[in-house]
Write a protein that binds this ligand. Structure first.
Ligand code: ARG
Length: 457
């Protein structure tokens, strides 16, 4: 038989293991069996192969599944190995399974079939993380904390406001994954090598057996495009980048005594007995680097590939598997670390006003009472510069600056009690109730929208 001759001719040599993806294909072993079953059923349904042959092939596929990937005969990849195993069990008629298809449409279908599951797992972990962040926001609507820009004290905010900032970002990560899922979920099967087939196949039938929403119509597109893989890896990389910022914040907060990680999410030192280190979060932070590297590797592999199938594609796939595994793990760990961390309200409150973080609120108050904002800004900055505690200012320092800059006492512009309130971090937060702001009355609707979106996703 020519098939046997061909296989013998290409079965050995120094490049054999370089060519083979059989080990890495373990990930799509189950997918390939499902694709083989759907294709066999379709061939029988269309009268392309007889029902008895189809039956023996399906029986063989069941036995191969039970035996497992490790029992497969040698092969260039899982598709070839499973086909060989079918022929070993059924005889030469087992070779009818590969009628009207190619490994090119087969592998593309397997990748999409398996990636769907993996992306659903990734979506689940983003939902769990959003749940953890919403719980923190629920509990800490009134827990005042310092807010930073450039990592310098900026304006007081709340732990809820901080948590909701990440909830919003992770919500968009979920959306990107859902959108990627929709484009993964189309069947390339029946595209054959790239150029279609003379057989009267039913692509919609195999697509629906495999749970796809439809088919990738153009057979050359079906067999050779991997933009779905790139898009998914990019979405996962974006999520990993969100996670890295979240991890970095928590590492800084742990360093400042604002948050205490549960022991389960901490590590110790082999030499320094007192140490409790945020190692898990450092590893979460690092996953963004791996993911970005995989996006780069995948993009570079795909760049400039001509139509139609090229073997480069075999090495493209692993970038996506590595990324989804790392991102799912990092997302789960981040969710767990957030859910079990303890927030130190006293330490947060003590630092909330540090670095004269209420300065903007005082300037806002003066502006609300008729001073041009720029003049108010200058007045508060002058007070901070001239005050005994350099860089901060109390009522007296502000009053002195008013005499300097306006030639009038502060109280001729603003109620002194309001100034004292504006200097208080908790009052400062409560007054910033603009849409999306940190005041509890402004975080309540953010929290509700977070819960609604989580319910909907
Ligand atoms: N294992 C290959 C892959 O992952 C599929 C095989 C297609 N081989 C070929 N020579 N056309 O892309």
């Amino acid at each position: 038989e020519s098939g046997v001759v061909r296989r013998d001719r290409f079965s050995g040599g120094p490049a054999r293991s370089f060519l083979s993806s059989l080990a890495a294909d373990e990930r799509i072993f189950e997918a390939d069996l499902e694709v083989d079953r759907a294709h066999t059923l379709m061939l029988a349904e269309q009268g392309i192969i007889d029902e008895e042959t189809a039956g023996s092939i399906l029986t063989a596929l069941d036995a191969i599944e039970v035996a497992g990937h490790d029992s497969l005969p040698d092969g260039e990849d899982v598709h070839e190995a499973i086909e060989t195993a079918v022929i070993e069990r059924v005889g030469a008629d087992g070779g009818k399974m590969h009628t009207a298809r190619s490994r090119n449409d087969e592998v593309a279908t397997c990748i999409r079939y398996r990636l769907r599951e993996d992306v659903l797992d990734a979506i689940e972990t983003t939902l769990a993380l959003r749940g953890s962040l919403l719980d923190v926001a629920d509990t800490h609507a009134e827990t005042i904390m310092p807010g930073y820009t450039h990592l310098q004290p900026a304006q007081p905010t709340t732990v809820a406001h901080w948590a909701l900032s990440y909830e919003g970002a992770v919500r968009r990560d979920t959306e990107r994954l859902l959108e990627a899922y929709a484009r993964i979920n189309e069947s390339p099967l029946g595209g054959a090598a790239f150029a279609g087939t003379t057989f009267d196949i039913d692509r919609e039938f195999t697509a629906s057996l495999l749970g796809f929403d439809g088919v990738v119509v153009n057979s050359m597109d079906a067999a050779s495009s991997r933009d779905f893989l790139l898009e998914t890896t990019q979405a996962l990389s974006t999520h990993a980048t969100t996670l890295s910022g979240l991890a970095e914040d928590l590492i800084i907060f742990a360093n400042r005594g604002f948050v205490s990680l549960a022991d389960d999410y901490s590590s110790t030192s082999s030499i320094m007995p007192q140490k409790k280190n945020p190692d898990t979060l450092e590893l979460v932070r690092a996953v963004a680097g791996d993911a970005a590297g995989n996006v780069q590797g995948l993009t570079t592999t795909l760049k400039g590939l001509p139509r139609a199938y090229n073997r480069d594609l075999q090495r493209a796939t692993t970038h996506a598997w590595e990324t989804v595994d790392a991102a799912v793990e990092a997302s789960e760990i981040a969710a767990g670390a957030i859910a079990t961390a303890e927030w130190n309200a006293d330490a947060l409150a003590a630092e909330a006003g540090a670095g004269f973080s209420t300065a903007t609120g005082v300037a806002d108050l003066l502006a609300a009472n008729g001073l041009p904002f720029r003049t108010a800004h200058e007045l508060v900055a002058t007070a901070a510069e001239n005050s005994a505690e350099h860089g901060s200012a109390d009522y007296d320092a502000l009053d002195a600056a008013a005499e300097d800059i306006l030639g009038e006492p502060l109280e001729s512009h603003v109620d002194p009690d309001a100034v004292v309130d504006a200097l208080d971090p908790a009052e400062s937060v409560a007054s910033r109730n603009s849409q999306g702001g940190p005041a509890p009355e402004a975080t309540t609707p953010q929290l509700e929208s977070g819960h609604d979106a989580l319910g909907a996703d």
